[in-house]
Design a protein around this ligand. Structure first.
Ligand code: FE2
Length: 288
């Protein structure tokens, strides 16, 4: 049984505090308090948090995937162990810190921490995101993340065979002296929940994507970046695979955040395909 969605992204960074204003005032996420007073917690829906930013000596992303219930978690744990992955059961304290009913912890072949949980404990305080009309989440999860590592294939195998994500599409890029490959994987109607690329990145995080409900949310976020002089990493554009209209800005510690609208919802797994261009239009790097 595959994981059902990307539930949360936990980003550890030496510059955690700088995310407070960036995530709140630029991205428009809702800041909330959480169990760790040193960490920042952000909501985009009725989940207690979708993004957690914690201070740490070195950057590192942790991905939290959701399964339906405790039985699915048990089955996945057994399957991962059978496939040779190291799996640890999260303690009651760790589950409480994530506001979930139970979790297991493992890592992909590149050493990226992966958590799988069930039973999120909901927050019924009304969501307040005055800068954004709302975020597309629900069964499509919190958005998507793209992670980078040296060796692509072992990680792709882990997420496909271990966690059950299916491959939507791939892309190859010729960098002259080397080839870069990208695999886009899905586990629900969101076109892709996880992207993997053979490009080592600090903390393995290439970018994280939040999808807003309205096109104007994207334009308004773009304006906020402009006004606050937040660097734009890629201009407004529309992707060829998930049809997302989005732009990419840079967080204070240099991580790209994609802010988008209009992502494709794919009802069933479809034939895997290769794309030869990342965007129909736009997504250009800044002019030097
Ligand atoms: Fe993306």
């Amino acid at each position: 049984m595959p994981v059902r969605s990307l539930g949360y992204v936990h980003w550890t960074t030496p510059q955690a505090e700088a995310w407070r204003a960036f995530a709140t005032d630029i991205l428009g996420l809702m800041p909330v308090s959480g169990p760790d007073p040193d960490s920042l917690y952000f909501r985009t829906d009725d989940r207690p948090h979708r993004l957690v930013v914690s201070p740490g000596d070195a950057p590192q992303v942790t991905l939290g995937f959701e399964v339906v219930d405790d039985i699915e978690l048990e089955v996945m744990s057994t399957a991962l162990e059978y496939a040779g992955a190291k799996v640890a059961t999260g303690s009651d304290e760790e589950a409480a810190a994530r506001r979930v009913s139970g979790l297991i912890k493992t890592e992909d072949p590149a050493g990226i921490p992966v958590e799988i949980y069930h039973g999120p404990i909901l927050d019924h305080v009304r969501l307040q995101t005055p800068l954004v009309s709302g975020f597309v989440t629900g069964s499509q999860g919190m958005g998507h993340a793209v992670i980078g590592m040296d060796e692509l294939e072992p990680s792709v195998e882990f997420f496909r065979r271990g966690l059950g994500l299916f491959r939507r599409n791939t892309m190859r890029m010729d960098l002259g002296t080397s080839q870069m490959g990208i695999h886009f994987l899905g586990c629900n109607q969101r076109h892709h929940t996880l992207g993997l690329v053979n490009m080592p990145m600090p903390g393995n995080l290439v970018h994280v994507m939040f999808e807003a409900r309205e096109l104007d949310d994207v334009g308004l976020a773009y304006d906020r970046c402009h006004d606050a002089k937040v660097p734009i990493a890629m201009s407004l554009g529309r992707h060829t695979d998930d049809h997302m209209v989005s732009f990419y800005c840079l967080s204070p510690d240099g991580v790209m955040v994609e802010f988008g609208w209009g992502g494709l919802a794919v009802p069933e797994p479809e034939t895997t395909y290769e794309i030869t261009k990342g965007s129909i239009w736009g997504h250009r790097p800044p002019r030097r």
